[in-house]
Design a protein around this ligand. Structure first.
Ligand code: NZQ
Ligand code: ZN
Length: 393
C-alpha cells in the first residue's frame, strides 16, 4: 500500500437551486471582482448565465464576462482571459460550464499571477507558485475538474494538448444542480460517464491490490455509473439518476478512488493525442483506446482483470480459465460502450481509417519526442504506444 495525502478542499454545494448561493459563496472566499467564464451556447440558451449574472448583481459583486471556451479549450482564449483579468483587476474566476471551461479558468488563474507565458507550466518549464481563486457552476458531469487539481489545454500552434496539475488550482467551491444537466445531449452524457468511469479505472488497474477499501469504493462508483447511465439516457429529466451521475463525476476524480495506490493514466495520455489531433470528445476518445490498452496489458495482472470482469461487468467467473474471464470482461466493456453510443476504436471515433503517419505523430507527441514513458500498470515505451494505437485502429 502506498503512502498518500488526500487533499480535497473544494466546498461542494449540491442540489436543486444551489446556484442561488453563488454571490454568498464568492464573498465567503474573498472574491470582489469576478470573471464569469463560459463556453459556447448552452449556458446562454438555458438561461443559467443570465441567472448567475443577475444573482451577482443582486449580491453587489462586480463581474465581467468572457465566453467562447470550446471543448478541448484553446490557449489563445486563455491568453485573452489573462489580459482581460489584468485590465479589470479581477481577483476571482467563476467557471460556468464543464471541464473545458473550468480548465480554461484555471489556466487564466495561473497566468494572471505569472510574468511569463502560462504555457510554461504545461510544458514543465516552470511551476506555478500562485493563482487566482477559481470556482465553478458545473453544467456537465464528466471531467471532474470541479474538484481536481488538473487543467488540460490545447495549444492550437501544433495541436498540442497538455495537462498541468497543481493543488493550488483546486476550486474553492463547486455548485452542482443536477437539473442543469437535463439539457445535455445523449452523446455528451455518455461521453461524460465514460470519462468518469475511466478516471476510476485509471486508478483501479494497479498492482497495489492490498488497498481493498479503495478498490471497493472504485467498484461502487463504476457499478453505479454503469447502471445509472441507462436510466438517464431513457429519462433525461429524472433528478435521482442525474444526481448520482453528477456526484459520481466528482468522486471519480477528487482523489478518493486513488488513495493508497499507484495510478496508471496511460489511456488518458494516449487519448489526449487523439483529441489534440482530431478535436474529438475526450470521453469518446477514451472509449476508442481502452479496449486495446486492456488487451495489451492484461497479462501484467490477470487476476485484477478477472476481478473487474466479475465485480464490475457481471461476467461469470470461470475459475478454470482466468484469462478467458479477463478477456470476457473487456468484451463486456466494449458492449457497454456500444450500448451507450460510444466508439470502441479510432475508426468509429473519427469516421475514417487513421493513417500510419498520423499514428507515428501521436506516438512522438505522447512519448514527448521519444523521451518519456506512460502508464504504471504496464510502463509503456514508444513502441508499446504505437502497438496500442495500431490495435485501436
Ligand atoms: O460550449 P457549450 O455550448 O456550453 O457546450 C458544451 C460542450 O459542447 C456542452 N454542454 C455543457 N453543459 C451542457 C452542455 N450542453 C447542454 N447542456 C448542458 N448543461 O457539452 C460540451 C462538452 O463540454 P466540455 O466542458 O468540453 O466537457 P467535459 O466536462 O467533458 O470537459 C472535457 C475537457 O476536460 C478535459 C478533457 O481533456 C477535455 O478537454 N479533462 C480535464 C480534466 C481535469 N481538469 O481534471 C481531467 C479529464 O481527464 C479531462 O482530460
Ligand atoms: Zn478524463
Amino acid at each position: 500500500m502506498k503512502d498518500f495525502n488526500y487533499y480535497a478542499p473544494t466546498e461542494v454545494v449540491f442540489g436543486k437551486g444551489s446556484e442561488e448561493q453563488v454571490a454568498h459563496l464568492i464573498k465567503k472566499y474573498d472574491g470582489h471582482r469576478v470573471l464569469v467564464h463560459y463556453g459556447g451556447q448552452s449556458a446562454k440558451r438555458s438561461g443559467l448565465l443570465d441567472k448567475i449574472c443577475r444573482l451577482l448583481d443582486e449580491g453587489g459583486v462586480f463581474h465581467t464576462e468572457l465566453g467562447g471556451v470550446v471543448p478541448n479549450p484553446r490557449l489563445s482564449l486563455v491568453h485573452k482571459g489573462i489580459q482581460l483579468c489584468k485590465e479589470q483587476q479581477i481577483d476571482f474566476i467563476l467557471a460556468v460550464g464543464g471541464g473545458s471551461v473550468i480548465d480554461s479558468a484555471k489556466a487564466i488563474a495561473y497566468g494572471v499571477c505569472y510574468e511569463g507565458d502560462v504555457w510554461d507550466f504545461y510544458t514543465r518549464k516552470a511551476d506555478a507558485k500562485e493563482c487566482l481563486p477559481v470556482a465553478s457552476v458545473l453544467t456537465i458531469p464528466a471531467a471532474g475538474s470541479e474538484m481536481s487539481e488538473s487543467s488540460v489545454i490545447t495549444n492550437e500552434n501544433g495541436d498540442i494538448k497538455l495537462g498541468y496539475s497543481n493543488n493550488i488550482s483546486r476550486p474553492k467551491f463547486a455548485i452542482m444542480n443536477p437539473e442543469r444537466t437535463y439539457t445535455l445531449p445523449p452523446y455528451q452524457t455518455a461521453a461524460g460517464v465514460t470519462d468518469m468511469m475511466m478516471h476510476t479505472m485509471e486508478r483501479y488497474f494497479t498492482h497495489d491490490g492490498d488497498m481493498d477499501l479503495t478498490t471497493a469504493i472504485a467498484e461502487a462508483v463504476l457499478r453505479t455509473m454503469k447502471d445509472n447511465i441507462f436510466y438517464v439516457l431513457k429519462n433525461p429529466e429524472d433528478y435521482r439518476f442525474r444526481a448520482q451521475i453528477m456526484w459520481g463525476g466528482s468522486v471519480a476524480h477528487n482523489g478518493l478512488t486513488g488513495c493508497g495506490i499507484h495510478d496508471d493514466w496511460a489511456t488518458h495520455q494516449l487519448e489526449h493525442e487523439l483529441s489534440g489531433m482530431f478535436d474529438v470528445t475526450h470521453g469518446a476518445g477514451l472509449a476508442a483506446i481502452w479496449p486495446s490498452w486492456a488487451r495489451y496489458v492484461y497479462k501484467e495482472d490477470v487476476s485484477r482483470f478477472v476481478r473487474f470482469a466479475v465485480n464490475v461487468m457481471d461476467v461469470p467467473n470461470d475459475f478454470a480459465d482466468p484469462e478467458g474471464t479477463a478477456l470476457r470482461g473487456i468484451e463486456a466493456m466494449e458492449r457497454f460502450y456500444h450500448a451507450i453510443g460510444m466508439p470502441i476504436n479510432i475508426h468509429e471515433l473519427i469516421g475514417r481509417e487513421i493513417t500510419d503517419d498520423e499514428i507515428k505523430e501521436m506516438v512522438r507527441k505522447c512519448s514527448r519526442n521519444y523521451s518519456s514513458t506512460c502508464g504504471c500498470f504496464k510502463v509503456l515505451q514508444a513502441e508499446d504506444m504505437e502497438k496500442i494505437y495500431q490495435m485501436a485502429k
